[in-house]
Design a protein around this ligand. Structure first.
Ligand code: AMP
Ligand code: MG
Length: 320
């Protein structure tokens, strides 16, 4: 469903695991370019992983300040802008909370109120400084670029395609999909959106060209206790897994970093906050599925969306 490369002799593909997810890239270009893109993504992973003590972010988290490579500094600076612009719904300093809830070592647990309150004191992206390629964290803070890294990787990959004169391709970086150019028959790419209840299926798709489509969902990583689901997206205001009736958010924009950041941030905002945010920033489109099976779509998203048969979500269009 994601691409139709079969039969075209000049398709080069790479399938690999990186950034904690499965990735597949298909480009109408050379095998060398595909390999170069893969190497670039793997390199970014080794710089950005908070779980790896030897990565740049790992070292920053351990020592509290570090010299950053150009890419890491570039992403950090874009991410801080997006934290500010989303009024902290995206907050790249939530890592200690992500750890406390057990999402890193998979020893899931519900931390006590005082533990959460203590960790919240060190959760504030405004206490991160980036100056002259060097980053500084406030005490007790840890960075986590997991919400934006795949999007940034998509942007870098698209850049590499341009440099190598590759006109078209589809890059699926595990829930963040860059659709470059068009299919050989001139049609736009169709990017599927995961059915949260059966992640092997898609409830629908969007028809896009030159866009990055990123989805954040509570089905991606979660645990259940006493019949309640706790998902991996933390509300930085409460220090707890986001629990506002949102099931998944898909964002479509020209920038991978933006699509990835906003899919996480709009998930935290919930439908009312997401609508308001969209109305003041119309440079992206979104699709939000809630627990009532209502599918909220901005006007531009609705124009690109097609629901698959067998799905009967109640569609509501959000107008500017
Ligand atoms: P995504 O899958 O892009 O929505 O990113 C989710 C990941 O980002 C989580 O696994 C955490 O590592 C991290 N994260 C969780 N909540 C937030 C948040 N509110 N702001 C920024 N990063 C977050
Ligand atoms: Mg994200």
């Amino acid at each position: 469903m994601l691409f139709s490369g079969c039969g075209y002799s000049n398709v080069a593909s790479e399938s690999f695991e990186s950034m904690d997810t499965f990735m597949k890239i298909d480009i109408y270009g050379s095998a060398d370019t595909a390999a170069e893109i893969r190497a670039e993504i793997e390199n970014l992973d080794s710089l950005l992983s908070a779980q790896d003590d030897s990565s740049e972010i790992g070292r920053l988290n351990k020592i509290g300040s570090a010299e950053l490579s150009e890419d890491t500094a570039d992403l950090l600076s874009q991410a801080l802008e997006l934290c500010k612009d989303t009024d902290g719904a995206l907050d790249i300093s939530v890592y200690p909370l992500v750890e406390a809830w057990g999402f890193i070592d998979k020893n899931y647990r519900i931390p006590g109120e005082s533990e959460i309150d203590d960790l919240l004191k060190n959760t504030d992206y405004r206490k991160i400084t980036l100056s002259g390629g060097r980053a500084y964290l406030g005490s007790g803070m840890k960075l986590d670029l997991g919400a934006v890294a795949k999007g940034y990787a998509a942007d870098k990959a698209v850049e590499l395609m341009k440099q190598n004169n590759v006109r078209a391709g589809i890059l699926n970086l595990g829930g963040t999909v860059a659709a470059v150019g068009e299919k050989p028959n001139g049609e736009k790419w169709r990017v599927g959106i995961c059915d949260p209840e059966n992640t092997a299926a898609y409830f629908g798709s969007v028809s896009v060209s030159g866009k990055v489509v990123a989805t954040s969902g509570s089905y991606e990583r979660y645990f259940e206790q006493d019949g309640k689901r706790y998902c991996h997206i933390i509300d930085p205001k409460t220090g707890c897994p986001t629990d506002n009736g949102t099931v998944s958010v898909t964002v479509i924009s020209d920038s991978g970093t933006k699509s990835d950041a906003l899919s996480t941030a709009l998930f935290v905002m919930g439908i009312d906050g997401a609508k308001e945010y969209w109305r003041s920033h119309t440079d992206f489109e979104f699709i939000l599925l809630d627990e009532e099976n209502t599918l909220w779509l901005t006007e531009g998203a609705e124009a690109a969306f097609r629901m698959n048969k067998d799905y009967e979500y109640n569609m509501k269009v959000i107008k500017a």
